[in-house]
Structure formats: C-alpha cells, structure tokens
Design a protein around this ligand. Structure first.
Ligand SMILES: *[C@@H]1O[C@H](CO)[C@@H](O)[C@H](O)[C@H]1NC(C)=O
Length: 363
C-alpha cells in the first residue's frame, strides 16, 4: 500500500473522500438513464461468479442452495447464488432497466417468457477447459453453448424468427469464466501442470475463448462482453494457503491473471476486426477489484483479506453453512462472502464498473 502524503491540503483530502463515496452512486445511476431500451436481454455464460442456481439442478457437490447463502437476498432465500445476496449479473440487468434478477436456465420455475429478457447458463466450478468442469462434475462450457442453442429455438418458437433474431442481436452476452481453470485445475491437479507451462496453458484457454466467442457470433450474438480474470491471488482461500507470505496475496496467481487479461485484450481487438458487426468488449474489473482490496475503507468495507462466512479463511460451499459459528453478522463490511466469492455489496460495485465500461467502449 502507498504512504499517504501528510502534507496534502486538507481540502483536497476531503474532496477525495467525498468522491470515493459519491462516485459509486453516479456510476449506478448513469447506465439506467443512458441505455434503457437498447439492450432487451442479458444472456450469461460462465462460472460461480454468474451462476444464479443452475448447479441446484445437477448432480454435483458444488452447491450453495442452503443458509447462510442468500441471507440478504429478497426473502432471505438461498437460491444457489454463491453470495449473501444478488450477484453482479443481477445488478447489470437492473442497470440496463431489464429486471432485478437473472434466472438460471435449469430452474423449472421459469420458462421462455422469463428467459426472453435474460437467462444464465453459468455453472459454478466450470472453466474454459473441459477437464475443469470434470473436477466437480459441473456443466462444461460446450454444454452451456448447447443450452444456448436450445434457448434460441425456444425463443423463435415463442416470438417468431424476426423478433427472436432481433433480441439475440441486441442482447448483451456476458462471459465470466477462467479462474477455476487455474485454481481448481492447473494449480491443484497434477495433470495439466505436468503437460504444459502456465504460458502454454493460458494460450490453450485463450484459443477456447476465441472459439467460443466466434461460435456465439455465428449463432447471431453481436454484443458480447468478457470479464477476464480477477486478482485471483487475493481470494481469501489463496491468502490462507499462501503460507510463505503470511496473509498477503499470491503474486504469482495475480500475475497469471494479468497476463491472461492482456492476451485476451489482444484477442478481443482481433475478433472485433474479423467478425462482422460484432461489438466485443473486454470489461475486466481486475484493476478496480485490486483497488478495492488495497483500499477497502474507501469503498465502505472493513475487511478485504477475510471472508464473512465461517472463519473467513477456507469455507465455501458445504463448509459455509448455518452451523458454522464464526460467520460475520454484517456482510456489508466485507468484500468476500465466502473464501472464493464476493459479497452482494462488492458484486454491485463490480457490476457498475462492467456496465460503465461496456457503454464507454461503444458510445
Ligand atoms: C470438450 O468436450 C466436447 C464434448 O466432448 C468436445 O466436443 C470439445 O471439442 C471439447 N473441447 C476441447 C477444447 O477439447
């Protein structure tokens, strides 16, 4: 962390403090005003960061449909979201004036009428790499694409070809995936790391990302945003296991994430040239999340290193349950809800950033 300059005039400090509080509010209001009506649907692919409960409906141990997950959600309901409340894509849909939550495609209480304005195919624990989704038997990315094709058919049946194609063309397609390929697969299991250097593995994942985006475009998607990797070395789980450096972030993991994002940025530039009509944006919140972790109090948090649930070090999924006596009382003081996932408050800040970034890229 940087040293504060003590000679800085007090007025400037006060202004900075005010701006820190004021800025999130401005960011929150802007998108709704600017883009209302332009984006008719939010269509989501990825992992637990954007899974609103698809894993409730498959056979995996990686679930969160029990307390205290969802304790700050409407009705205090555990939905399968890996947070205490809503996730970033819920806030993004809200910012576009669409709706306040994005439903899970596999949830039988919703149908095509609901999915027509937004749907998530995401699955906690999945990755770009097929081998990553195998680790905890979750939905592989290619299967998310199959579900998308099925959804498109249903949408055409429901609205007719022309209207459905128009919605698909105008809808924002969001992809948030990749952390598990490194933390659950490459650095955890012997397979890939004995076969590939981390740079080679990054390039393999990048190839899959490129193909996936090309495939979405081929099926009629034009507005696409991909979030890249977060500072994954600062997740509480990685800090807790980073014994050599006390509780600091794992810099190696953070550097892998930064490198990957840089390569992804190049791929995004290329794809924007190659695919006619595409509006592809890399909306990586990496730097912004890093800022939040370095200066939690500026964003209204008290704790950036530990999670709210359990001891704050290791718990997620079944270990974060209501019998765990250590869970914090106010999740708003924390950036992380469990050892891997942000709180609702942090999700909202990230969502504001992604929306603002997408809009700025395509004025
Ligand atoms: C992942 O598995 C699917 C289904 O078996 C296959 O079609 C696809 O090519 C695989 N993807 C990669 C990158 O190997």
């Amino acid at each position: 962390m940087q040293q504060r300059d003590q000679s800085q005039p007090q007025q400037t400090q006060l202004f900075m403090k005010t701006m820190f509080w004021f800025l999130p509010i401005v960011l929150l209001l802007l998108p709704v005003l600017e883009v209302h009506g332009k984006v008719p649907a939010l269509i989501v692919f990825g992992d637990s960061t954007v899974d609103p409960g698809n894993n409730n409906h498959i056979s995996t141990i990686l679930k969160s449909d029990f307390e205290p997950y969802g304790r700050d959600f409407a009705g205090g309901k555990p939905t399968g979201r890996f947070s205490n409340g809503r996730i970033a894509t819920d806030f993004i849909a809200e910012a576009f004036g669409i709706k306040s939550t994005v439903p899970a495609y596999l949830d039988p209480t919703y149908d095509i009428k609901d999915f027509a304005t937004g749907v998530s195919f995401a699955s906690a624990g999945t990755g770009f790499d097929n081998a990553t989704s195998d680790v905890l038997s979750v939905i592989p990315l290619w299967k998310e694409l199959e579900y998308y094709a099925e959804f498109q058919d249903k949408l055409r049946g429901y609205l007719g070809n022309d209207k459905a194609n128009e919605i698909l063309r105008e809808a924002l397609h969001l992809i948030s995936i990749g952390t598990n390929d490194f933390l659950e697969n490459y650095y955890m299991l012997p397979g890939k790391s004995s076969q590939y250097t981390v740079v080679e593995y990054q390039n393999i994942l990048l190839g899959i990302a490129r193909n996936f985006i090309t495939e979405l475009h081929r099926r009629g998607a034009q507005k696409i945003t991909i979030t890249g990797l977060p500072p994954m070395g600062c997740l509480p789980l990685e800090r807790a296991t980073n014994i050599f450096f006390g509780s600091n972030c794992n810099e190696e993991y953070n550097n892998v994430a930064k490198d990957f994002n840089e390569k992804l940025s190049g791929a995004v530039t290329d794809l924007n040239k190659d695919l006619p009509g595409i509006q592809l944006v890399l909306s990586s919140p990496y730097e912004m999340v890093m800022e939040m972790i370095d200066n939690p109090t500026s964003f209204g948090f008290k704790n950036a290193a530990m999670a709210c649930c359990g001891t704050g070090l290791f718990e997620m999924g079944y270990m974060c349950n209501k019998r765990n006596p250590f869970t914090c009382s106010d999740a708003r003081e924390y950036i992380f809800w469990d050892s891997f996932h942000p709180t609702e408050k942090a999700n909202r800040i990230v969502a504001d950033y992604v929306v603002k970034h997408f809009l700025a890229a395509f004025k």
